[in-house]
Design a protein around this ligand. Sequence first.
Ligand SMILES: CC(C)(COP(=O)(O)OP(=O)(O)OC[C@H]1O[C@@H](n2cnc3c(N)ncnc32)[C@H](O)[C@@H]1OP(=O)(O)O)[C@@H](O)C(=O)NCCC(=O)NCCS
Length: 164
Amino acid sequence: MLIRDETPEDFDAIHDLTSTAFKPMPYSDGTEAEIVRRLRENGDLTISLVAELDGEILGHVAFSPVAIDGAHDGWFGLGPISVKPERQRQGIGKAMIARGLELLNEMGASGCALIGNPDIYSRVGFSSDGQLKYLDLDTRLVQRIVFRGSPPSGTLQFAPAFES
Ligand SMILES: CC(C)(COP(=O)(O)OP(=O)(O)OC[C@H]1O[C@@H](n2cnc3c(N)ncnc32)[C@H](O)[C@@H]1OP(=O)(O)O)[C@@H](O)C(=O)NCCC(=O)NCCS
């Protein structure tokens, strides 16, 4: 399996994959594929990786800038992330996240944050100390990985593409 940057030829496959992967999820509002498209359009798709096997796109992950208490201090957000339903739980998500975090770290990022299931993201190095907040969500779902500097404290704000 190859993990590589997206190219324009992947845009339709990424859109379809994201719609398909999120469709059965109870927390999905059906906008995730559109969020990826808007991030790209706005120039906020800092990293966009696909997992490809035999010419087929099996996974995709996006990373975009985030603010914490209104400040952009080198923090990025992970998501949306999608793996083709019949290929989930086979390590594809983990491999894409690991590569994305490696790239962010190489870029000098302070860290990466996300909202998601701790059972999944604790397996790839994310954790919560309760200091990072998002709306009124349980802070256990608001997780981060710190590359440099102090652990962040405050309210997480995603790129405009996430606002419907
Ligand atoms: C979330 C998603 C991207 C994970 O990708 P994946 O390829 O299935 O994940 P992996 O197989 O790499 O698993 C990574 C780790 O999380 C664990 N994990 C994955 N899915 C899990 C689940 N539903 N519940 C509990 N643990 C889970 C795996 O066991 C693995 O840990 P391990 O390596 O210690 O065994 C994929 O399930 C998906 O596309 N879901 C639909 C879209 C979505 O919900 N996106 C995320 C929104 S936050």
